[in-house]
Design a protein around this ligand. Structure first.
Ligand code: ADP
Ligand code: ZN
Ligand code: ZN
Length: 804
């Protein structure tokens, strides 16, 4: 095999295929598919993935591979195959599919290098450029970039005196430490030890330490372990008894933590019934998709843990996905306590280096369980025995950029490949999954009872319009306020939840209803209290706060809705004795802040936990007996057919935070639309009724799970162009697709402009359309040139979760 097919790191239609490169002799037999290489591509060098080997190239003369980045493949044959599948499922480029499966640290970074073309060229260089090349023939662009000589460099590059070369920068960034190993045989060392005098006691200790360990050990570790300086170790190196080595160390985010091992619980009858078919599949190497539908606190996680345990006993591996937001220290702790060092954790709170290290533990099979957010579904295990997706209804499992994959689809695909079970768990399954379970495509497992038989909390709905009418202008209804006071007196704890995902902190004129929007993006500007400014969350545009309405000149234009900060301020006014922990993007952005704040609440130092989405999930505090939802309807008004479903899910999740243990819990939901069925049914904990009602609406309007969706979004600076392209695409699809398929549009997207680019869309609702993928691919090809030259963008989202 002397030729490698390589997918290069250039995300474009023309380069979306394998290119042949010759394998230099020194790497013959070493390079295999799945390794990263550096190859010449046009004038530059780029990173690439080897996807196949062959005896001969298709074209006559092929360039050789310039560099080899891996010694073991980073993509297993299975992952290479999944890459191909992703390109079909999400219409992405091959290179994007491969990159999404690897930690960010392994993505190529490029340095621009400038090199002098010839000795003769030196004389012709610009006077400002000459000094740079006086003693060398190449230098980094970054040295020049910010100097006054930059324009002169551009001139000389254009003249062809200097060449620009792209070089691949990092080859991964392992962290190493100085270590030592024994450099002589046992007898020699014992001999030496017996001859050492009293003063050299420490050297003796080091040697016996090393004899015990009989492996490479970091110098730091020896010094710390024996409580000595490094001097005696150095002395032994000088005497030739120890040899210096470089050893790789992992950046372990949990290294300073001790986890008390936990034992499996005796399962309840319900749990035992739910786990039986899973264990059967594990035992017999069978693939099924199980939908584990169980209220919060019904013991789903315990079932996951025991299933994983069984998988490990068979010598296999398991992946457990949780939404980023609920990958809380509490969740990690439960896994570490049960499986100790067999667990790797992958989430966005880790640094790039830490993520890379966790990933390498998986690659080297040093761990057999991964707990992680969405992309952990690509963990390079080769002997998978189970995949679990907890809170399967969470939309964060869908990636909203290329490749637009859903982790659930990947998990099921891998489950089929490995012939192992997949568990989807939720207290509020997506309609799609529940419908599949009803049809028997998935196997339904139900957990109805809460652990320790605690009942679901009682829920009160408060109509905030009534509050206003009766003169209460505060953000707390009388009922919620009374209950809060009561809990503070009793020394119990309170969780206050603010749904911020709607546009809640905008400014509005109370007289004419005018809302300031971004002039580049057509979304309402968000009010930032600290700077007293209005900001656009899409493009960063800033404005001063208006003192009078630009439309009607009224002075009654002011901040509307309530951010967490404002709630906190009001709390200190009305309940000055309460200690409050506020959790939102602002207070948790620093590393470790999340955990610190939670500890403050867990220890009882604070009585009120106030926060956004991020406190809705996974938290379990025994002393919480009251949950308040301040504004239940911000999400109901979004232009999204899943708005009711998302509201129902969120309210159910939040309510689940109350009364999980001995003390009974209460929930107060404040809303301006108390009659809405998703609010009513969430308060009654009635998923089944919600499912029935929502399914009728979906059926009527031809939405999933009755129909599939595909969303084509076109954007460009020129609105006429956007409209005409979207129109042509819609017409083309209308001609080619079956009459049963509905094509909506072209219409302006709900967010009609982002960063000065207009956005139009057309939405397809279809049941069976075998030629859809080829047609969509044809569209992308047809507009290829315009996309590249004129900055036109066409994005295609199959099974979209974000309709904006
Ligand atoms: P879920 O994942 O459905 O929210 P958990 O698995 O977290 O539920 O269980 C809720 C609580 O009950 C946890 O504190 C857990 O440790 C405990 N628990 C779970 N299963 C059992 C069991 N069989 N016996 C005793 N306690 C259990
Ligand atoms: Zn006005
Ligand atoms: Zn903007």
């Amino acid at each position: 095999m002397s030729v490698a097919s390589v997918i290069v790191d250039v995300a474009a239609k023309q380069t979306d295929r394998a290119f042949d490169y010759a394998i230099p002799d020194k790497w013959k037999g070493i390079i295999v598919p799945g390794m990263r290489v550096v190859v010449p591509f046009g004038p530059r060098k780029v990173q690439g993935f080897v996807v196949a080997l062959k005896g001969e190239a298709e074209v006559k003369r092929v360039k050789p591979i310039a560099d080899l980045l891996d010694l073991t493949p980073v993509l297993t044959p299975e992952l290479l195959e999944i890459g191909h599948w992703l390109t079909e499922k999400t219409l992405c480029f091959m290179i994007s599919a491969f990159q999404v499966m690897l930690p960010a640290a392994m993505k190529a970074k490029y340095d621009k290098e400038l090199s002098l073309l010839s000795k003769e060229a030196y004389e012709q260089l610009h006077e400002q450029v000459k000094p740079f090349f006086q003693s060398r023939s190449s230098l980094k662009w970054s040295e020049v970039e910010k100097t006054a000589a930059a324009p002169a460099f551009h001139r000389d590059i254009q003249k062809g005196l200097i060449e620009v070369v792209y070089v691949v920068k990092n080859k991964g960034n392992k962290k190493t430490a100085k270590g030592v190993k024994l450099n002589q045989g046992l007898e020699d060392i014992q001999q030496f030890m017996s001859e050492l005098n009293k003063q050299a006691e420490k050297q003796k200790q080091v040697l016996s330490f090393m004899l015990d360990r009989n492996e490479e050990v970091a110098i730091k570790e020896i010094a710390e372990g024996l409580q000595i300086t490094s001097a005696p170790i150095k002395a032994l190196i000088n005497k030739g008894l120890l040899a210096e080595t470089e050893i790789e160390i992992y950046r372990d985010p949990y290294q300073d933590r001790y986890f008390t091992p936990s034992k499996p619980f005796q399962l309840t009858d319900e749990q035992a019934e739910a786990i039986a078919p899973i264990l059967h599949d594990i035992e017999k190497n069978l693939h099924d998709v199980f939908l584990m539908y169980g209220v919060t606190g019904s013991g789903k996680t315990e079932v996951y843990l025991q299933s994983i345990d069984q998988v490990l006993k068979k010598g296999k591996e398991a992946i457990m996905l949780v939404p980023e937001i609920s990958l809380t220290p509490q969740m990690v702790k439960r896994f570490k306590e049960r499986f100790g060092s067999k667990v790797a954790v992958l989430h966005s709170g880790l640094s790039t280096g830490e993520k890379y290290d966790e990933w390498r533990k998986i690659q080297r099979k040093e761990v057999s369980v991964v707990v992680g957010a969405r992309s952990a579904v690509f963990a390079p295990f080769e002997n998978l025995g189970l995949l679990i997706i907890d809170e399967e209804h969470e939309t964060s499992y869908k990636q909203e950029e290329n490749p637009r994959y859903h982790a659930r689809d990947v998990a099921i695909y891998r489950g089929q490949h490995h012939q192992c079970p997949v568990i989807l768990g939720s207290a509020t399954p997506t309609l799609e999954s529940f419908a599949r379970a009803q049809k028997g495509v998935y196997k339904l497992l139900t957990l109805k009872q809460r652990m320790n038989k605690s009942s679901m909390p009682s829920v009160d709905i408060v109509d905030m319009r009534e509050e206003l009418r009766s003169g209460n202008r505060s953000m707390f209804s009388t009922m919620l306020f009374e209950k809060m006071k009561d809990r503070l007196e009793k020394g119990e704890q309170i969780v206050l939840f603010l749904n911020k995902r709607g546009h809640s902190s905008f400014v509005m004129c109370r007289d004419c209803g005018y809302v300031p929007t971004c002039e580049h993006c057509e979304i309402s500007l968000t009010y930032h209290r600290y700077q007293n400014k209005l900001k656009c969350h899409y493009c960063g545009h800033e404005e001063h706060v208006h003192t009078e309405c630009p439309e009607c000149h009224s002075e009654h234009i002011r901040f509307f809705g309530s951010g967490t900060q404002k709630v906190e301020e009001e709390l200190t006014k009305v309940l000055p004795e309460a200690r409050v922990v506020r959790m939102d993007v602002d207070t948790t952005s620093r590393k470790g802040a999340h955990e610190k704040l939670l500890n403050k609440f867990a220890s009882g130092e604070a009585q009120i936990l106030l926060g956004t989405q991020m406190i809705a999930k996974g938290l379990d505090f025994p002393n919480v007996t009251l949950v308040g939802v301040l504004t239940a309807d911000t999400m109901l008004n979004l232009p999204d057919f899943r708005a009711s479903e998302k509201t129902f899910q969120l309210l159910t999740q939040v309510s689940g935070r109350a009364g999980r243990h001995k003390l009974p819990g209460e929930v107060v939901i404040q809303t301006y639309t108390p009659e809405h069925y998703s609010i009513q049914l969430a308060s009654q904990h009635d998923y089944d009724a919600f499912y029935k009602q929502e399914m009728e609406i979906r059926k009527m309007h031809k939405y999933p799970p009755f129909f599939y969706l595909a969303l084509v979004t076109v954007s460009h600076e020129n609105i006429a162009k956007v409209v005409s392209v979207t129109d042509k695409i819609s017409q083309y699809l209308r001609q080619k697709l079956s009459p049963q398929t509905t094509i909506l549009g072209p219409v302006a997207s709900p967010i009609a402009k982002i960063k000065d680019r207009y956005r139009y869309q057309c939405m397809l609702k279809y049941k069976l359309e075998p030629s859809l993928i080829p047609l969509l691919k044809y569209i992308l090809e047809r507009y290829q040139a315009e996309m590249q030259k004129e900055n036109l963008t066409i994005t295609i989202d199959l099974n979209p979760y974000s309709m904006m």
